[in-house]
Design a protein around this ligand. Structure first.
Ligand code: SAM
Length: 256
């Protein structure tokens, strides 16, 4: 997908909050081997590496534009490489992923795969957005089903593959995970107005729509979507509630 790192960075402060919550759940040890799946522009991977003394950290992402930005954060013990979350191999003390695995469609197959990347007694730590029932997301699907967008997209819309939290717990347990922590949290963001929600989703949820729509329909799509948001979130400032799922598991000694 054609990620635009600068668009994504517009809400940097808000995106750091769940990172801090996830880091708090990490069982820290000296000199860990760590992989960050869907590392994006590498800024949070660098933060993670700096918090883990003596660690060797590899950030993996499929987006060339994100990896280009990540190059600025390389240092001894921290590197970045191109790859698909679902195809990564190897074993690490910590398998970390922040705001990325919701782009993988088959979550039920992904969780055992992620657990297989964790060394025995190592840890999987994941945060993923689960805000797909919020109007900011539902209105994207509604807009995509209207003309001229529906024809241009040939009827395509992206349904969220994100599961309920108890299902993640079940999958982690089944894959040999123990000491499970699985929860969902609402992050309340105060934004200037409804248009700011459209700016937010332009850096994430809208990306695959803009990838498929011809360039001349990008602005009309955004404007139709903004009109719907303005009707639901009038005035200034507005509260944008954002749900996220956080989970961690230790891989049992016998593996999965
Ligand atoms: C929302 S960004 C998050 C980046 C970073 N982890 C952060 O929290 O700032 C999602 C990242 O996941 C990457 N991504 C999405 N699907 C992927 C896949 N199947 N394999 C590898 N990377 C993927 C995107 O390229 C993008 O950089």
């Amino acid at each position: 997908m054609p990620w635009e790192p600068d668009q994504y960075l517009k809400f940097q402060k808000e995106r750091f909050q769940p990172f801090d919550d996830l880091v708090f759940l990490i069982r820290m040890r000296e000199a860990m081997t760590v992989v960050d799946l869907g590392c994006g522009n590498g800024e949070l991977t660098r933060r993670l590496a700096d918090l883990l003394p003596g660690s060797t950290v590899t950030g993996i992402d499929s987006s060339p534009s994100m990896l280009e930005k990540a190059a600025a954060f390389v240092r001894p013990g921290l590197s970045f490489t191109s790859g698909e979350i679902g195809s990564v191999s190897g074993q690490w003390d910590l398998v970390f992923s922040h705001a990325a695995i919701h782009w993988v469609d088959d979550q039920a197959s992904l969780i055992p795969h992620l657990m297989s990347l964790v060394k025995p007694e190592g840890q999987l730590a994941v945060q993923l957005p689960s805000n797909h029932r919020h109007p900011s997301h539902a209105l994207i699907l509604e807009t995509a089903r209207e003309e001229p967008f529906a024809s241009a997209l040939a009827g395509w819309v992206r349904h969220s593959p994100v599961l309920e939290i108890d299902e993640y717990a079940r999958l982690l347990h089944q894959a040999g995970g123990r000491e499970l922590t699985v929860f969902e949290k609402v992050y309340p963001h105060i934004l200037p107005d409804a248009d700011a929600i459209a700016e937010w989703t332009a850096g994430t949820t809208l990306v695959p729509y803009f990838e498929r729509l011809p360039a001349e329909l990008h602005d009309p799509f955004k404007e139709r979507y903004r009109q719907k948001l303005r009707a639901l979130f009038p005035g200034s400032p507005i509260l944008y509630t954002f749900r996220r799922i956080l989970f961690t598991a230790i891989r049992g000694n016998g593996g999965s």
